[in-house]
Design a protein around this ligand. Structure first.
Ligand SMILES: NC(=O)C1=CN([C@@H]2O[C@H](COP(=O)(O)OP(=O)(O)OC[C@H]3O[C@@H](n4cnc5c(N)ncnc54)[C@H](O)[C@@H]3O)[C@@H](O)[C@H]2O)C=CC1
Ligand SMILES: O=C(O)CCC(=O)C(=O)O
Length: 526
């Protein structure tokens, strides 16, 4: 049974899902060295933001197949190293969107009305109404930096509360911004005009210290900043300075450059600043959502299925994965088959996406075909994550073509592999939406479901061949489960596809090739 380590507190719902397929150990608060010492035993690691999954931990995780982040940000995971090692990294892109957006809105209102300090004052026995005069957000301008999932929800609610919305996000269209009720502007204008600035961007080299002494200098003395995205996007010393010197009115921060927050000038500021210990995703609902979302993906990967929200598998979004799931298996099977037919070192793989598959959305099928192609060489070490890198490193040229007019089946996939020993091709489609069928081998039409052990022959279509082959296999005690001949013209060349119950015994393939009329023979294990 697989083993999963859960190294941060996660909701029980996820643990219940994982327990159906794996032994689950929950060990929270481990020091990095302790994690390095035990990670080698585990097939999967599930974390929140508390565990830093460094290169050292990934290298020590020799059995790891998947790292699941129960949340959005994967900046605590060394994703490039995981990718290089073929480890899938998944997250829960939407499970805590509402929680983080509502925390942002709560921070904005609390900051405007000094609620934390007013509450603390009253609890100390005071009745101070003068100190805590606030500001309204109605008709004020909110500048949203990052109009993704969380930023959009914040904008939507803020709009309903009567705020004017500006947004900066270089990756979204004006139309999308307008749909949400935001005016897209450049960052300088947003800094100059916004009364409230809320950050909803990832931490990247471009966004690190985006809010610094210089950009703070562009803001109004009444501006308040909210950061429920990532620490490090704000230069904390510059922010503390700007608040202390009245350059801006205040800030509410849920995330910090270094967490937990240590000694910091932010702590000594008064009611102008609100600090929460990374609570954006901390609602019961969000924790159930992310725990289930990520546990289901870990379960799927441990069962050999693709994950719907892998961050290091290009093109495999959740909606696409659902649609393509049965075709991924088809692509892998065909890749594996054509690789074995071609044998030797493969130099080129031509992938033709046909019929309904001839769309950009089908690109993951190319990755799946490569995974199948490399299976004989790499076995379990190849997966959707590293298949493209592994193919590149082996110098395999991948040519991708699309033919929407191919209509024999709703969608079919044609692979042609050229290697040091020659060129072979296979085509396959799904019957009844799930059942894989081979529909063509080396240009000869057939219609057989693939089986674990198969034998293919290229022969002359003439009387007696099938009988001779059957007798030969019988003499080696090989049982034929099914057999089909594909030919283009009567008594011309033909292909025979046989499903057999066991692998061919050593030496028999050479004897098959000696049968008069048989030009070539190939055995494959799928
Ligand atoms: N405080 C907490 O507990 C939580 C924090 N987060 C953080 O919130 C942030 C936003 O999350 P989502 O909305 O789910 O992500 P998202 O991916 O839906 O949205 C991010 C947006 O930022 C934009 N963006 C990227 N680089 C940018 C740049 N240089 N300038 C302006 N815009 C840029 C993208 O185009 C995208 O629209 C992330 O950093 C995430 O880690 C998420 C959940 C909980
Ligand atoms: O796990 C958490 O509570 C943090 C959530 C978060 O920051 C994220 O999902 O990006």
């Amino acid at each position: 049974m697989s083993k999963v380590l859960v190294s941060d507190p996660i909701d029980q719902a996820g643990i219940d899902i994982l327990s159906q397929v794996a032994t689950v150990d929950v060990k929270t608060g481990l020091k990095p060295a302790e994690l390095v010492a035990i990670i080698g035993e585990y097939d999967a690691l599930m974390i929140r933001s508390g565990t830093r999954v460094t290169e050292e931990i990934i290298e020590a995780g020799t059995q790891l197949k998947i790292i699941g982040r129960a949340g959005v940000g994967v900046d605590n995971v060394d994703v490039p190293t995981a990718t290089r090692k073929g480890i899938v990294v998944v997250n829960s892109p939407e499970g805590n969107t509402i929680a983080a957006a509502e925390h942002t809105l709560a921070m904005m209102l609390s900051l405007s009305r000094h609620i934390p300090d007013a509450n603390a004052s009253l609890k100390k026995g005071e009745w101070d109404r003068k100190t805590f005069v606030g500001a309204e957000i109605y008709k004020k301008t909110l500048g949203v930096v990052g109009l993704g999932k969380i930023g959009s929800h914040v904008a939507h609610v803020a709009k309903a509360m009567g705020m004017k919305l500006l947004a900066y996000d270089p990756f979204i269209s004006t139309e999308r911004a307008e749909q949400i009720g935001c005016q897209l502007v450049d960052l300088d204008l947003l800094f100059q005009q916004a009364d409230y600035i809320t950050l909803h961007i990832p931490k990247t080299p471009e966004t690190t210290n985006l809010i610094n002494a210089k950009t703070l200098g562009k803001m109004k003395p009444t501006t308040r900043i909210i950061n429920c995205a990532r620490g490090g996007i704000i230069d904390e010393l510059a922010l503390a300075d700007a608040i202390k010197n009245g350059k801006i009115a205040g800030a509410a921060l849920d995330v910090f450059q270094s967490e937990p927050l240590g000694d910091s000038p932010l702590r000594s500021l008064g009611k102008e600043i609100i600090l929460t210990p990374h609570l954006g995703a901390s609602t019961t609902e969000a924790q159930v959502n992310v725990s289930i979302d990520v546990a289901e993906q870990i379960r799927d990967v441990l069962l050999g299925l693709p994950a719907r929200s892998a961050v290091n598998i290009p093109g495999l979004g959740p909606d696409i994965i659902e649609e393509l799931k049965p075709y991924m298996q088809l692509a892998e099977t065909l890749g594996n088959l054509v690789g074995q037919l071609a044998g030797g070192r493969i130099e080129t793989l031509n992938v033709k996406l046909q019929g309904d598959l001839a769309t950009n959305k089908s690109q993951p099928l190319v990755v799946a075909a490569l995974k199948g192609l490399l299976y004989q060489a790499l076995r379990e070490r190849v997966n959707y994550v590293n298949a493209t890198i592994e193919a590149k490193e082996r110098g395999i040229r991948v040519i991708e073509t699309r033919d929407a007019s191919a209509r024999d089946y709703a969608g079919s996939l044609h692979l042609e592999a050229t290697g040091t020993l020659g060129t072979h091709s296979v085509t396959g489609a799904l019957l009844g939406e799930k059942e894989i069928h081979l529909t063509d081998v080396d240009g000869f039409p057939i219609n057989v479901p693939p089986s674990k052990y198969m034998l293919f022959t290229l022969h002359r279509d003439m009387p007696g061949i099938i009988g001779k082959l059957g007798s030969l296999l019988g003499s080696f005690n090989v049982n034929i489960a099914s057999m089909q001949v594909g030919r283009k013209i009567v008594r011309g060349d033909a292909v025979m596809a046989l499903s057999i119950d066991d692998p061919l015994p050593d030496g028999i393939l050479e004897e098959i090739k000696q049968v008069s009329g048989i030009r070539d023979a190939y055995t494959v294990t799928l």
